[in-house]
Design a protein around this ligand. Structure first.
Ligand code: MRU
Length: 367
């Protein structure tokens, strides 16, 4: 996608040295656009853990490149297994991290150590290219949902939570891909952007990237969505996901479940968009079994913003002696999800729905 006319991806290999890895530092947005150069396993792990890079598909791609950087230092089998485990431990909820590292290891375990670096960079590039292509396809499959909501004389109002745009993927985004596709097709639409406390990915990232692409949007407090739905001001909700169980339960940024409840109560369609790398085929009960990341209480007690003089400051907004809890994700049960939008098409949020799109996952399948 473009920033001020220049096309960017969220991760790329340096065109000059052809080994170091660049990401956009998402902790600096929306105030400044800063590119970070990653040169080691530890820099990649830190970038994922500290959320300089984030979003389920993107952390998978960055972890894959992190393993490339690790292999440059030591391509032995023991080091490779250790470094993959270290990268996998950086964040627990998004399954794309494990998916990408498993794919890298499957490719590399049977590769001689002397060839591993070259093979790893090729595989990481494939992961990145496939993610961009899959997310673009999600846009095409989500477009009819937006087209169906078009009414004369008013925009289609879509509500989204967190950042599931191109910043959270290699390109295009998941939930925002149908929105970009519809906007590019000339459909009059408007996006309600949940601010997404505590880290404000909606306010800081989604609003920024929609603005850069020229998509009309309004940032709202997380608590406002139910009110807008009650008053007919939301035609559909589209969110992303960090892990979807094989039965269609969807983990996404904390607060997503509340939006699904409000959508259900108001008969507003609630769609989850994700590439197949986000499906955890090993899990049947997402609510019980998807691990939920617990992050620092300081993300709740403190807020960061720009002061009138342009400087960036962090300040405490909670009484000094009050503790805070910070679960970073929640799980929306499949019964509250209208449907899933994947790179292969749309389906119901159910085992049968997913298996209809991914028949090779049926027990005993030889596809
Ligand atoms: O903690 P984050 O910012 O990595 O969480 C990201 C989300 O919850 C996104 O909505 C999710 O990854 C959607 S996929 C693009």
């Amino acid at each position: 996608m473009k920033i001020d006319g220049t096309a960017y991806r969220s991760v790329w290999v340096d065109a000059g040295d052809r080994w170091s890895v660049h990401i956009l530092d998402q902790t600096r947005l929306p105030w400044s656009l800063e590119v970070l150069r990653l040169t080691s396993r530890d820099e990649a792990a830190h970038a994922i853990k500290s959320m300089q890079t984030r979003g389920a598909p993107l952390i998978g791609a960055v972890a894959a490149y992190g393993l490339c950087l690790a292999l440059r230092a030591d391509a032995s089998t023991d080091a490779m297994e250790r470094d993959a485990a270290l990268l996998n431990a950086t964040r627990p909820t998004a399954v794309n991290l494990r998916w990408a590292l498993d794919r890298m290891l499957t490719r590399l375990r049977n590769t001689p150590a002397s060839d591993r670096v070259a093979v790893a960079y090729a595989e990481a590039a494939l992961i990145a290219d496939e993610d961009a292509a899959q997310n673009e396809a999600i846009g095409g499959h989500g477009l009819p949902l937006i087209e169906a909501a078009v009414r004369p004389g008013r925009p289609v109002n879509v509500l989204t939570h967190c950042n599931a745009g191109w910043l959270a993927t290699v390109d295009w985004g998941t939930a925002l891909s149908p929105i970009y596709t519809a906007h590019n097709a000339g459909i009059d639409l408007h996006v309600w952007v949940d601010e997404t406390r505590p880290r404000n990915q909606g306010a800081a990232l989604t609003a920024w990237e929609l603005g850069k692409h020229g998509v009309p949007h309004t940032v709202v407090a997380d608590n406002a969505g139910g009110h807008f739905m009650q008053h007919g001001m939301v035609d559909l909700v589209i969110v992303g996901a960090d892990r979807v169980s094989r039965t269609g339960d969807a983990a996404n940024k904390i607060g997503t479940y509340l939006k699904a409840l409000a959508a259900h109560d108001n008969s507003v369609p609630f769609w989850v968009a994700m590439p197949s790398s986000t499906i955890d085929w090993t899990l049947a009960d997402g609510v019980a079994d998807i691990p939920i990341e617990e992050r620092s209480a300081s993300e709740v007690t403190d807020m960061t913003g720009r002061l009138p003089d342009g400087s960036i400051a962090t300040m405490r907004i909670v009484a000094a002696d009050s503790p805070a809890a910070n679960p970073a994700f929640d799980v929306t049960p499949a019964r509250l999800v209208t449907g899933l939008i994947t790179e292969r098409g749309r389906c119901s949020a159910s085992a049968e729905g997913l298996l209809g799109l991914y028949p090779e996952r049926r027990a005993g399948s030889s596809i």
